[in-house]
Every structure is written in C-alpha cells, then in structure tokens.
Design a protein around this ligand. Structure first.
Ligand SMILES: Cc1cc2nc3c(=O)[nH]c(=O)nc-3n(C[C@H](O)[C@H](O)[C@H](O)COP(=O)(O)OP(=O)(O)OC[C@H]3O[C@@H](n4cnc5c(N)ncnc54)[C@H](O)[C@@H]3O)c2cc1C
Length: 497
C-alpha cells in the first residue's frame, strides 16, 4: 500500500520549513531510486526510500546534502511505502524535475518564449504534446505574411520590432527565415480598413504607395482588380517560413541551454505557493515538474487551461477555435517568373471574407492562397475535413484576380485560428497567480509577432508583477479588459492577417 509522504510522517514527525531534507542518490546526479531523509526540528531523523524520484533544483547536491524548501512541499505529495525504510513496491513511478520556467506548447509563441528565456539565462523547459514543427496547431507550413500595414497603431508600431527581431534570429542561426517581397492590400477606395491603414502608415512615417489600376497593371501585371479598386503597396512586407522559424527558435533555445520535451503533454498546471506545479505525461512516463514560473502558449488548446486556472469564469474571455484552410495551385509555366518571390509581393484582398496569398515560395511552380473562414467553434483534437465550398470560392477568386494561375486546387492544408472575443491578443500575467503567464488568442495575425511575443513574455517573466515597462507591451493585450461589464474595443482591421 502506498500513501503520501506527509501521511507517513505525521505519526512520528512534523514537517516544517525549518526541517532539513536530504537525499542519497543510488546512481547518477539525480536522486533516482534514492533514500530521502527528513530531520525534524527536534533532531529526529527519518528516512524513506523513494523509487523513480529525480530531483533537480536550487540547493541540489550530490550525495547527502540539503535541498531547498521547495523539495519538502513537493515530496509531500509523492506516494511512498507505508513504513519508513522499506523499499516501495507498488507506488506508481513518479519523476520529479525542477526548472526556472516551464513553457507549455512549442508552437511559434512557445518556441520564441523558450528562446528568449534561455537567452536571459533562465533554466527553461519547453514542453510539446506532439513534435516541434508538427502540423496540428497554428504555426506550421511554409509561409506567413509579415507586414506593417495595420489600422491599429498597437500592431503597426510593433511590426518594426518584429522585423528587427526576426532578422536577429536569422543572423544568429544562419537559417533563411524571412524573404522581403513587399506587400499589396486591395480594396474599393472607400473601404474603411484601407483608409485606416493608409492613415496609420502615414502617421507613423512608414513608406507606402497607393496604386490606381493602370499603374498597378504596369508594375504588377499578375494582378487583376475589380473596376475602381485601389492597391496599397508597402516595401516592408514579406514571407516568413513558418515551420522553419519554429524549428529554428526551438533549436536556438536548446543551443542556449533550454530543454525541450516532445511528445509530452501537460496534464495540469497548479499554482503552488510562489511557484507552479505541473503534471506531465511524457517520454519518461508521468512526471511532476516544479518551476518558479509557467508560460502558457498552448494555442488552440489554451482554453482548457484558462478554464482550470479560473480565467474563463472570472473574465468573459472565451477563446474560439476555428478551422482554416489553404489552397495550393499550379502557376502556368509562362507566368512563373511574374509569381517568383523577387517579382510578386504578398497580397490581401481586404473586404470580408478576405482572401490572401503568396508568391511561388514553398513548392516549385505552385503558390498558396487562403480565404478567412468564420466557421463554428471546433475542438482542436477533433476531425478535420476539407470544406469544398470554401475551396471553390478560393478557385473563383484566383480566376478573377491572379493572371496566369490555374484556378484549380492541387492540394489543401488545414490550420487553426484561436480567436479572442475582441480579436486582440491576450498576453498577461494571471491576476491572482502572477507566476503564471498567458499568451493566447493570436487568431490570424500572430505569426509575424511570434518574436515580439516571445521577447515580451521573457520580459514579463523577469519583472515584478505590475511591471509592464517592456517596449513590446501594449495595453490592448491586458487580460482585465474582459472584466464583465467593461466595454470591449473590437479590432477594426478586417483582414486580420
Ligand atoms: C491558415 C492560417 C494562416 C495564417 N496566416 C498568418 C499570416 O499570414 N501572418 C501572421 O502573422 N499570422 C498568420 N496566422 C496566425 C499565426 O500562424 C498564429 O497566430 C500563430 O501561429 C499562433 O501560434 P501559437 O504558438 O499561439 O499556437 P500553436 O502554433 O498552435 O502552438 C500551440 C502549441 O501548444 C501545444 N500544446 C497545446 N496543449 C499542450 C499541452 N497540454 N501540452 C503540451 N503542448 C501543448 C500544441 O501542440 C501546439 O504545438 C495564420 C494562421 C493560420 C491558421
């Protein structure tokens, strides 16, 4: 029979933070299959044998030594045989690890957070339920748009930071992550998102050019717009190679000392005193991981944690996950030079439902076009089927708009959006447990801001609760905007890419 250490102790010794605790390892540096001893304040020494217990952390010593107080609380919950000094025979295998910060979810946001935390010298663990670069979340695939043109200044002023940080990661890693292609936004001349973007770009002094149709046909003959539409061109726009970006960030995090666990699912996140206790089902079985801080970057799966951590109940902040799909099409041989990345900008048709696309980039002779899909909320673990009607709409849009592209889907890729109620990001500390950081609800526009979000999370993790002095912080990210009764200011930027 097994019972918690606290129960085993209660009859003969009281455990307090003044007690010292020590462990003798039977092998290696971890206290695996070792004896754990407790000396209570009266000097009474009790020893217990714990199997499969691996302890790291502040105060760790090889052989006999004092461990930090955290070990006492965490050991209290370990199953242990009833009588002291008896090897455990029936207790489940429990491994215990300790890190400064655990990052939950290795999509773009988590990989970047782990990278910047490791850069800051924090002992970071990045946990991913699948593998880094998998295709079941939101950060996979060969391309994402990066650009400056936003109606809202919060994002338009963040974009230059994003460009700078991506270039830094690119230079440090040697991987090609970003291609500068320029970008075009199309819309009728009075379309509010177009007018708003023009105003913001002008106010911030960011370069752009407004094309009427004749001029556009001259410079970019591969595009055909409805009569009277305008095209906003910005040189500062381009393509990020999404999967490569995630893999590179995770790789650079490891290079700087972070640990990555793949195929490891975080089952629970519990604030534990000033720290956090997590249960993880991973490569080595079930493990308890303790950390000073946890960073929640679970993308479409974040809702479950927000429920468990009381956020959903306390704030009207439900996240809605929707299916999205991207359609690959063949470019006619003669038109391929015009759709090459050095001739063809990224492009967005602003009116809803918005369409967007890329030059030939990921696959030889093919390009990728998407259409925003505002379907029902879905379960991220549920089945994913192709919406044939939406594919047909993309084919029709391409037939009208892209000259020289064969408007027939050759393949379709699925992806997930995670939408916040007002379309703005949710990046903040947990209000009651500031050691838990949350980053979620990045909808269709998050990827370009992966690096600014990762850097911001590391800044928040390094500063005191209430300190929002990071230059990458924006008031729109606050969690308490969802306090019931408060009026939300939904994003007015229609093409939310
Ligand atoms: C079709 C499409 C097109 C887009 N286009 C653009 C664009 O052009 N420009 C742009 O800027 N943005 C774009 N985006 C948005 C951008 O890609 C997302 O906002 C961003 O990738 C979100 O990243 P994330 O890290 O929050 O989520 P994810 O990438 O989904 O990462 C979350 C991770 O957490 C892991 N996880 C979840 N629960 C657990 C658990 N319990 N234990 C361990 N791991 C867990 C998941 O497996 C996953 O890997 C697009 C998105 C889509 C879907």
């Amino acid at each position: 029979m097994s019972r918690p250490l606290s129960a085993a102790l209660s009859a003969s010794a009281r455990l307090s933070s003044k007690n010292s605790i020590y462990a003798r390892a039977s092998a290696g540096s971890a206290f695996r299959s070792g004896r754990v001893g407790v000396i209570d304040s009266s000097g009474l020494k009790l020893t217990y044998t714990i199997r499969g217990c691996s302890i790291h952390g502040r105060g760790e010593k090889r052989g006999i030594g004092r461990l930090g107080d955290w070990a006492i609380t965490s050991l209290l919950n370990l199953p242990i045989s009833q009588s002291p000094n008896t090897p455990i025979s029936q207790s489940p295998e429990v491994l215990m690890e300790r890190f400064d910060v655990v990052v939950i979810g290795a999509g773009g946001m988590g990989a970047a957070a782990a990278y910047y935390l490791a850069r800051d010298g924090r002992r970071a663990l990045l946990v991913e339920q699948f593998t880094v670069g998998h295709s079941r979340g939101s950060s996979h695939g060969g391309s994402r748009i990066i650009r400056h043109s936003y109606v809202e200044r919060e994002y338009a002023t963040l974009a230059p930071h994003a460009f700078a940080l991506w270039r830094q990661v690119q230079a440090e890693s040697g991987a090609r992550l970003l291609a500068d292609t320029g970008g075009l936004d199309f819309a009728p001349p009075d379309y509010p998102t177009l007018l708003g973007r023009l105003e913001t770009l002008g106010a911030l002094g960011l370069p752009y050019r407004l094309y009427a149709q004749d001029e556009l046909r001259h410079d970019f003959p591969q595009f055909r717009l409805p009569a009277g539409w305008l095209a906003l061109y910005q040189t500062d726009a381009g393509v990020l190679s999404a999967t490569r970006c995630v893999e590179t960030l995770a790789g650079q995090a490891v290079r700087r000392g972070a640990t990555v666990w793949e195929n490891s699912r975080v089952l629970s996140v519990q604030p534990d005193g000033a720290g956090v206790r997590m249960e993880i089902d991973g490569h080595a079985g079930r493990q308890i991981v303790l950390a000073d801080q946890a960073v929640l970057t679970a993308g479409p799966w974040a809702g479950r944690f927000l429920d468990e951590l009381g956020i959903t109940a306390a704030y009207a902040a439900p996240l809605r996950v929707t299916h999205q799909q991207l359609v690959y099409m063949e470019v006619a041989q003669a038109a391929r030079p015009l759709f090459a990345a050095d001739r063809c900008p990224v492009y967005i048709g602003l009116p809803m439902p918005y369409f967007y696309g890329f030059p030939i980039w990921e696959r030889p002779g093919q390009l990728k076009v998407g259409r925003e899909m505002d379907g029902p909320a879905i379960d991220p673990d549920g089945e994913r089927s192709v919406d044939a009607d939406a594919v047909a709409e993309v084919e029709a849009w391409v037939a009208e708009t892209l000259v020289g592209v064969i408007p027939k889907a050759v393949s379709v890729e699925k992806c997930l959006y995670t939408l916040s109620p007002d379309g703005h990001f949710l990046i903040d500390r947990h209000p009651q447990h500031p050691q838990v950081l949350i980053a979620a609800g990045f909808s269709g526009r998050g990827f370009k801001f992966v690096v600014t979000t990762g850097r911001l999370l590391a800044d928040l993790a390094a500063s005191a609760p209430g300190d929002y002095s990071s230059p990458l912080w924006r008031e729109t990210f606050r969690l308490d905007r969802f306090v019931s009764g408060k009026k939300l200011s939904p994003s007015v930027d229609t093409a939310n890419l």
